[in-house]
Ligand binder design. Structure first.
Ligand code: WT7
Length: 656
């Protein structure tokens, strides 16, 4: 973000006080900050009491060997029991857990907690039958259908860590994840619905399985949900229909209590190298973090609220705020399979009206696209049920915040701009709906129990009014425990930058305003944020150079009105490729789609004769960003060859 935008942001002086009705009955009130500050561990222990423990912990935090944390040491619990059974045992079995809305109109299912318990138990029995044991990894590659939730909880129930791979990822991306965590079983479906048409998933699993096999890893079984009814290739030794394995299984299953630190899941996310990082979350601390924040930040009233988080289950938001947080809290929620504009652009608002949604959580990129379509569309619906709105994934620009609050929330609803990451597991910085006077564009302050700072290069907190790096200064229960199979990378990535202070380095830049409130500005590393999804520049560069016509590639994230950032690529072709042919750009875009997935498709690919490099050979992405954002190219004095930028600019101007 440029300095100019930044100072504009900090001039933002609109404030939105909490509505009195919410403030009065708020789950979290101002005193929580003081209580947490007075005794952080006691505060977190109090939050852990929201869960049902089989064996209580004997130590809240073991931080004897940082950065390897253990929370609620000695405690034992089952995550699936906490998300399902205990609500049924408490007499709330008939309460709807999921109002599932399929993309085809009228394709809906309401699933109560009792039904969910039966289905999860059957799936747990079926997985055991397929040979999945405690500690085995299970990959889940599914559309937004109830079976995705059931599959996750079934894995948790038998202590088999799941790794959910976003359905929009390619076969190659799936294969690398299967290999990295050595997944034994994959759960998928024939396909799902996207914009009114069935879209296949199973072929990608077949391809990924063949690929891992050629690298010496065997996926033993593939469990396939029938969703669209489309044709699938079938391998009798490996493929099993979900309806054959699960529907006939017993609905009785006794959940085993696992250690608080038992691995719950691995979620892959992009880092600064080409290889995605498998972020490991464990059971007790993670579930405590999700449950506490979902209750506190969204002010969840279990018996009256209808909650909806629009995230896909393939991202961490879907894990923490569609599965583990809301279900641990016994909430009633909406789960929607499709796209916001299918079959028409008011689909989301229709769902809010139909189900009386009271709490809605989505991403700024979606809000901006609705803004663009105009308020006439949402204005047609009755959304007076809404009382709290949430935002996540990227900085929300003040205009989008104000529009969201005004047009969607009818000016009644606080907007909670929640900052967190795959690694943090749960919300870290956010306004509290009953306490904070929100400033549009600011994530405000760390929530009770969390300690964050903005520091300079040396790790010293910056004064109010200045910017620096965002760090978390104390461990928290839902923190990542390591990168799967790579403790060294875990240390290097997050803990080496401010090792003297022992701070967690988040990779984001941030500013403290004159009141000390935090404005998150975006990544300071080679990670892009496209529509709230994290992409690595290096990963896309590797994809591009794997194409036979490409010699070298450099990728930058350029500012984009709709998606926050967009992927812009600069490529040098191999000599033998000549000018690459007429369709070279199309061909390369298609190649990236295939290698990574549609979300990584470059908005723009520029074929250039050279790339700007320093004398030590490092690509100066800053200069490429200037080109991509149509700015005057900045300081070129550290370039090995300062004429390169002229070459690039003239090549682009002449349309080559
Ligand atoms: C990165 C984490 C957390 C779930 C979704 C993304 C950016 C996230 C905000 C926010 C400004 C935000 C950061 C962060 N980010 N929320 N409210 N304001 N930036 O998870 O893929 O792990 O990405 O998203 O840059 O580091 P993720």
């Amino acid at each position: 973000m440029s300095e100019e935008t930044l100072s504009n942001l900090l001039k933002e002086d609109r404030r939105f006080e909490p509505p009195p009705a919410i403030a009065e009955n708020a789950n979290l009130k101002a005193d929580a900050y003081e209580r947490a500050a007075a005794d952080r561990e006691a505060f977190w222990a109090e939050q852990a009491e929201r869960l049902d423990w089989d064996t209580k912990w004997d130590r809240v935090l073991d931080w004897d060997d940082p950065p390897f944390a253990k929370w609620f040491v000695g405690g034992k619990l089952n995550a699936s029991y906490n998300c399902v059974d205990r609500h049924v045992e408490a007499g709330r079995g008939d309460k709807v857990a999921l109002h599932w809305v399929g993309e085809p109109v009228d394709d809906t299912r309401d699933i109560t907690y009792a039904q969910l318990k039966d289905e999860v138990s059957r799936a747990a029995n079926a997985l055991t039958e397929l040979g999945v044991g405690t500690g085995d990894r299970v990959a889940i590659y599914l559309p937004m259908i109830p079976e995705a939730v059931v599959a996750m909880l079934a894995c948790a129930r038998i202590g088999a860590p799941h790794t959910v791979v976003f359905g929009g990822f390619s076969a190659d991306a799936l294969a690398s994840r299967l290999e990295d965590c050595q997944a034994k079983v994959v759960i998928t479906s024939d396909g799902g619905y996207r914009r009114g048409a069935p879209s296949a998933l199973k072929p990608a699993v077949d391809e990924a399985r063949a690929k891992t096999a050629s690298n010496g890893h065997t996926v033993e079984k593939v469990l396939v949900v029938r969703r669209t009814g489309q044709d699938v290739d079938w391998d009798d030794d490996v493929d099993v229909w979900w309806h054959d394995a699960v529907d006939g299984a017993s609905a009785d299953h006794t959940p085993e209590a696992f250690d608080s630190e038992h691995p719950l899941y691995v979620m892959y996310t992009s880092g600064t190298t080409g290889k995605p990082k498998g972020i490991l979350h464990t059971t007790g601390g993670y579930l405590t973090g999700c449950s506490y924040t979902h209750w506190g930040v969204f002010d969840l009233k279990r018996d009256t609220d209808v909650y909806w988080c629009s995230a896909d289950i393939g991202w961490v938001t879907g894990h923490s705020y569609m599965v583990y947080g809301p279900l641990a809290n016994g909430a009633t929620q909406v789960m929607y399979e499709g796209t916001p504009d299918s079959p028409e652009r008011g689909r989301w608002w229709q769902i809010i009206q139909d189900y009386g949604v009271t709490i809605f959580y989505t991403a700024p990129t979606a809000i901006r696209s609705f803004m663009k379509q105009g308020r006439e569309i949402p204005d047609k619906y009755d959304m007076s049920s809404l009382r709290i709105l949430g935002s996540v994934g990227e900085p929300i620009n003040p205009e989008a915040y104000v529009w969201y609050r005004h047009v969607i929330g009818g000016d009644r609803t606080p907007v909670v701009d929640t900052w967190w990451q795959t690694e943090t597991g749960a919300i870290m910085i956010s306004p509290l709906p009953g306490v904070t006077a929100g400033k549009p564009g600011s994530a405000m302050t760390p929530i009770p129990g969390v300690s964050a700072e903005v520091v300079d290069e040396e790790g010293t907190p910056v004064p109010n009014g200045s910017g620096g790096y965002l760090v978390l200064t104390e461990p928290w229960p839902s923190m990542l425990r390591t990168i799967w199979g790579d403790d060294e990378r875990f240390r290097d990535t997050y803990w080496s930058r401010f090792s003297k202070q022992g701070y967690y380095f988040a990779g984001d830049g941030a500013k403290k305003d004159e009141d000390g409130d935090i404005w998150v500005l975006g990544r300071v590393d080679d990670v892009m944020n496209v529509s709230g999804h994290r992409l690595s520049t290096t990963e896309i560069e590797s994809a591009l150079v794997s194409h036979p016509k490409v010699a070298e590639a450099a990728v930058v994230g350029a500012k984009d009105e709709d998606t926050g950032q967009a992927v812009c690529a600069f490529v040098i072709l191999r000599d033998e490729a000549g000018d690459g042919g007429e369709d070279i750009v199309k061909e390369l875009r298609q190649h990236v789609r295939k290698e990574i997935g549609p979300i990584a498709t470059p908005r723009q690919i520029m074929v250039v004769p050279e790339l700007p490099k320093t004398r030590s050979g490092k690509i100066m992405r800053r200069l490429l960003r200037d080109v991509a954002e149509h700015r005057e190219v900045g300081d070129v004095t550290t370039l090995a060859d300062s004429s390169v930028m002229d070459l690039i600019s003239s090549g682009i101007d002449s349309g080559k």
